[in-house]
Design a protein around this ligand. Structure first.
Ligand code: OGA
Ligand code: NI
Length: 391
């Protein structure tokens, strides 16, 4: 998704009856309403899956604090991961297990509340903050088997305090998260370095970065072969950091026309490059908790911004979530993107005769608005920025 918050005029959007999947599952455990049943070409059971491939794992402690040799080796892995996968898992990132566990517990506590309580924070049709279904724009659109709570975090003007749950009590904005900004930018520095750019290239370009969080709860589904937890999409951000529980596998990424499952590694964070960079940044979902910040959180979430900035050298990658018959699944996803004011376009150093300019310059706020007012449909939104004649 995009790290955005702009609201559209919800009165014009008719999205029809949208059942809450948790309630549906509770009342009719084997029912799968027609609106959730995917057309044949989208059904997870009929698509090619490559279960034996694994997304690269990057050891951030080696990269940042290791010996020169370790750091070089890890940097080479990071570069290859960004070029070939657009996704990687980060271990030894410096964020305490306890904080990650608390985040997961608090998010789950929210989803387990009675519907009346969660509905106090409704996501209005056509908007993407609050509790509900994002990216639904018409009555005939297929729905994802997922409940979401999405919140804009920074800068302050994107925050909608009336959509921040009062319960659980510690799920609220903590001003202390501002102090983390320095650590959050470490990944951007590493990615700039991996591209041979000056370390602060992206940090300086990003200005007052936009951060948003989305918690996704996927209840079990009696027909995981027919439904999708989350439609295929690439993220509208620059970097995305995803924390997932380890009880089941649900996230899949598209590689060479087949879907590769992202197997959870305890305490690891999944990072992906977004459209803007078809690159990434370091963010921590713990900023949501009213807790003292951990002493040394290193974080990451790369998204679409990076694709454009790197002129397609680092690509945002299409991904989706599938459901499971028996187990539920939770993910906490943080999106990090440049300030809305920033003018984006390929970094001149990455454009040359072999790599002609593939994207036009555009205002990031404009792209974000475009992203959130269209349904999730693979990487189609990025057409917005492409220079068609360059292909
Ligand atoms: C997202 C996303 C995947 C997941 O929220 O953008 O890709 O596994 N989530 O929840
Ligand atoms: Ni995503």
């Amino acid at each position: 998704m995009a790290p955005v918050t702009c609201s559209t005029t919800s009165s014009e959007i008719r999205i029809g009856e949208v059942e809450d999947v948790q309630e549906l599952r509770r009342a009719r455990p084997t029912a799968v309403p027609e609106r959730y049943v995917r057309d044949t070409n989208e059904r997870p059971a009929l698509s090619a899956i490559l279960p034996s491939l694994h997304v690269p794992v990057i050891d951030l402690s080696k990269l940042v604090c290791g010996t020169k040799r370790q750091s070089q080796e890890e940097m080479a892995k990071l570069t290859a991961a960004c070029e070939e996968w657009g996704f990687f898992q980060v271990i030894n990132h410096g964020i305490e297990t306890e904080l990650l566990e608390t985040m997961e517990r608090v998010a789950k506590e929210f989803f387990m509340l009675p519907l009346e309580e969660k509905e106090k924070y409704p996501m209005a049709p056509g908007t993407i903050q609050g509790y509900g279904h994002a990216f639904v724009f018409s009555e005939d659109q297929k729905l994802d088997w997922c409940n979401m709570l999405a919140l804009g975090v920074q800068p302050a003007f994107i925050r909608k305090p009336h959509l921040w749950p009062a319960n659980p009590a510690n799920l609220r904005y903590s001003p202390s998260c501002r102090r983390r900004d320095r650590e959050e930018r470490i990944l951007l520095i590493l990615i700039s370095r991996s591209l041979g750019l000056s370390p602060n290239y992206f940090n300086e370009m990003f200005g007052e970065a936009v951060q948003a969080v989305r918690m996704n709860y996927y209840p079990p589904c009696s027909r995981p072969d027919l439904v999708l937890g989350l439609s295929p999409h690439s993220d509208g951000s620059a970097l995305t950091v995803l924390q997932q529980d380890t009880t089941s596998v649900g996230l899949q990424i598209l590689k060479d026309n087949a879907w590769v499952p992202v197997h959870p590694i305890p305490d690891a964070l999944v990072i992906n490059i977004g459209d803007t960079i078809e690159v990434g940044a370091i963010i921590h979902p713990g900023f949501l908790l009213h807790l003292n910040p951990p002493p040394n959180p290193l974080l990451i979430d790369a998204t679409r911004a990076m694709q454009v900035l790197t002129n397609g050298r680092y690509r945002s990658v299409e991904h989706r979530a599938v459901t499971n018959r028996e187990s539920d699944r939770l993910s906490v996803v943080t999106f990090y993107a440049p300030s809305y004011d920033v003018e984006l376009g390929p970094v001149p150093e990455l454009v040359n005769d072999q790599q002609p300019c593939r994207y036009r310059r555009f205002n990031h706020g404009e792209y974000s608005r475009h992203y959130v007012t269209n349904k999730l449909q693979g990487k189609k939104n990025l057409e917005f920025a492409k220079i068609q004649t360059s292909y």
